[in-house]
Design a binder for this molecule. Structure first.
Ligand code: BJW
Ligand code: ZN
Length: 251
């Protein structure tokens, strides 16, 4: 039996503009830990307490170490079938936008081109004092006090990600909002949909007329407000959905 409805395949087969919001569940099958699931990155620490600027300033070495560890994990992982299927979807529509909350860069590595990174990218770093981007070798050699510092001004180096209470990158939410408003079909994949403004994007798409489906191993906080909830791993559902749409188009 099919995991998704014939309506979803029908809408995707005739759509010209499609957008997708992705979250940590998208990269779970690559071996990247999610935030809020059991065994996730924040099982023991409350996200709102760890991922903020004040936490970084009071404990820079711990926060830097945590991000350095996550960058190392990324060296050893590859995009999974869910990322690859989304990259394949891009060729089917006039406009296909991947709006991601993920900071891992796996969509680009899988071949997606039209990507909006709402929460930044963990592979970029910059100095909190002079705002200059840090070059990789500055992160290879920690300072004697165990903290990564800027080679130019000795300011603290932080990842170019968005913490709680911080603004999203310039223009990112506007571009995402516009993709949601013009989309005929919108997919919300692997996100718990508890962090805003990202969680409001599928709702915007639905209010402005898109058919909105969620793909998740369990229903998210916004699942009840969408047209369809597909329960299953993204790496299984998305390749099947892509195949169904390509087949339907060929008929
Ligand atoms: C699978 C699977 C498989 C597992 N297949 N699925 C409106 C209302 C209330 C509060 C606010 C509001 N607007 C703003 C706020 C405040 C705040 C906020 O949202 N707070 C809430 C907690 C209530 N938002 C902000 O502060 C944002 N900034 C902002 O609004 O700026 C304007 C402003 C400035 C100043 C004052 C006021 C306003 C910024 C939010 C930044 C979030 N940053 C983080 C950290 C990034 C860096 C890092 O990576 O370390 O982003 S938090 C963390 O959560 C990360 C994620 O991108 C984000 C979302 O998590 P995600 O992706 O959904 O992961 P999980 O783990 O929660 O869920 C995984 C899902 O996958 C689960 O559902 C699984 O079931 C599923 N899954 N395996 C499919 N194989
Ligand atoms: Zn500096």
């Amino acid at each position: 039996m099919s995991l998704f409805s014939p309506q979803l395949v029908f809408h995707l087969a005739k759509a010209r503009r499609v957008a997708v919001l992705t979250g940590a569940g998208m990269s779970a099958e690559s071996g990247v830990a999610t935030f809020r699931d059991a065994g996730g990155l924040w099982e023991k620490l409350k996200p709102e307490e760890l991922a903020n600027f004040e936490a970084f300033m009071s404990n820079p070495e711990i926060v830097q170490m945590w991000y350095a560890h996550r960058r190392e994990v990324l060296n050893d992982v590859v995009p999974n079938p869910a990322h690859i299927a989304l990259a394949g979807f891009e060729d089917l529509f006039d406009e296909f936008t991947v709006i991601t909350q993920n900071v891992d860069g796996l969509h680009r590595r899988a071949g997606s081109r039209n990507i909006i990174e709402l929460h930044g990218n963990i592979l970029r770093n910059y100095c909190v004092a002079c705002r200059q981007p840090a070059v990789d070798h500055e992160l290879d050699r920690p300072a004697p006090d165990g903290v990564y510092r800027c080679a130019k001004c000795s300011g603290l180096i932080r990842p170019d990600v968005v913490w709680f209470g911080e603004m999203l990158p310039e223009g990112a939410i506007e571009r995402a909002d516009s993709a949601a408003r013009t989309a005929e079909v919108f997919l919300s994949v692997g996100t718990s949909a508890v962090v805003y403004p990202a969680a409001s994007i599928p709702i915007t798409a639905r209010i402005t007329g898109a058919y909105v489906a969620e793909i998740n191993v369990e229903k998210s906080a916004i699942g009840d407000d969408l047209d369809e909830v597909i329960l299953g791993p993204a790496g299984v559902v998305l390749p099947q959905l892509l195949e169904a749409v390509v087949t339907r188009r060929a008929q």
